[in-house]
Design a protein around this ligand. Structure first.
Ligand code: PLP
Length: 395
């Protein structure tokens, strides 16, 4: 894990000049790593947009999305809360100066040592979706504030989570609340996650309607139930869509909870970081494919990051890839395949892209690479992990 002290922030005035920064970073073949350009101002802007659109919902950044220390520090200073899934994540957030009451331990299945760590650091709120987890809490953390996670899936989303997490609202929740009561545990409220990159506006309406039903059930059984956690699932690179979702969420909260004294939180991950990171890669090799007449038909490039590094998520949009060359480039574009650096033949980043004829040493820059990238990268084949350089706009 990088420490805060190693991280230097570079300041810029108007716009970030990716070409200039990328070429400077790779000057004289000084590095073989792929490099992230992180614009912390974008993280701040996302926070401000959140405050404008959803002022009554406190964002708890899902650290799993990108556990970069400066991102965590930036959000901590802005006043965000944090969704953590493990000791390491909790530790990192606490080290950024955040107190336990601004953290939710949002993993519904918690290893004991992680639970003990949460208890020692007054991280009291945690998510549960089975009776087994209730028994675990009874034994190891009986005075925690429990949030029941129920399943409520978006009809269209990039990454559904409901098959793995969330109890069935209609059949399981009342039984779990009753069990919690008999174990003298405290149920604080409910949570859900509609699925990542949700495209279904109505998903939040349905989920909040269910949350209200469970609120009533919990109240009937003697609990306050004033904690409503609406999970994550927002796009990171499409703020217009976020504004629409935010409107739907606000009106559904009004509709279902009106003046009820609830504390509403959300666990956005991708939303805060996706657009803040641009990945710059170097072309380390190429192969030109010709037809029987010797005419150039398509080109393969081999670059210094791949499927086992930053590109594990295969559903990316590559239409906005930038290319930087110190050579003159012809106008003509060729069918292009980009391969990752390992010996695995499935380590392919993209096919069917059209780019001009590039050269070894030229650079490719991929925008919107801040979510579920760096945190998933492995050193398979001994390929070094990417580095990060930081930028922030000067006021
Ligand atoms: C419990 C929980 N909360 C929040 C998130 C963040 O989701 P997103 O990046 O879609 O906002 C996830 C992602 O897997 C999650 O599992």
């Amino acid at each position: 894990m990088r420490t805060l002290r190693e991280n230097k922030i570079n300041f810029y005035k108007n716009e970030l000049n990716f070409r200039k920064i990328a070429q400077e970073l790779y000057k004289d073949n000084a590095t073989e790593h792929s490099i992230y350009i992180c614009d912390l101002t974008k993280v701040q802007r996302q926070f401000e947009l959140w405050q404008d659109c959803l002022p009554n919902i406190k964002p708890y950044y899902a650290v799993k999305t990108n556990n970069d220390a400066l991102v965590v520090k930036t959000l901590a200073e802005l006043g965000a809360g944090f969704d953590c899934a493990s000791v390491e994540e909790m530790q990192m957030v606490l080290e950024a100066g955040v107190t336990g009451d601004r953290i939710i331990f949002a993993h519904p299945c918690k290893p004991l040592s992680h639970l003990q760590y949460a208890q020692q650091h007054q991280i009291n709120i945690s998510t549960v979706d089975t009776e087994f987890e209730l028994f675990k809490l009874k034994q190891h953390f009986p005075n925690s504030d429990i949030v029941l996670r129920f399943r409520s899936d978006a009809k269209i989303c990039g990454w559904p989570l409901g098959k793995k997490f969330g109890c069935e609202a209609q059949t399981d929740t009342a039984a779990l609340i009753l069990l919690a009561r008999s174990l003298q545990l405290k149920i604080a409220g409910t949570s859900f996650h509609v699925g990542c990159e949700c495209e279904d506006l109505e998903a939040f309406v349905r989920a909040l309607s269910t949350a209200r039903e469970l609120y009533d059930v919990g109240k009937m059984l003697g609990y306050d139930m004033n904690f409503v956690d609406i999970g994550g699932g927002y796009h990171g690179g499409n703020n217009e869509f976020f504004k629409k979702i935010a409107k739907t969420i606000s009106s559904s909260l009004d509709l279902y909870f009106g003046n009820e004294p609830i504390k509403c939180i959300s666990e956005p991950g991708r939303y805060f970081v996706e657009a803040a990171f641009t990945l710059v890669c170097k072309i380390t090799g190429k192969r030109e494919m010709r037809n029987a007449l010797g005419q150039l038909e398509s080109i393969m490039y081999f670059i210094n990051d791949g499927k086992y590094g930053s590109f594990i998520d295969t559903g990316r949009d590559f239409s906005n890839v930038m290319y930087f060359s110190e050579n003159h480039l012809e106008q003509q574009k060729y069918k292009t395949t980009i391969w990752g650096p390992t010996c695995d033949s499935t380590d392919k980043i993209v096919d069917n892209l059209y780019l001009p004829r590039l050269h070894r040493g030229d650079l490719l820059a991929f925008p919107n690479m801040g979510a579920y990238t760096l945190c998933l990268a492995s050193k398979f084949n001994g390929i070094p992990l990417p580095k990060v350089v930081y930028y922030q706009q000067q006021n």
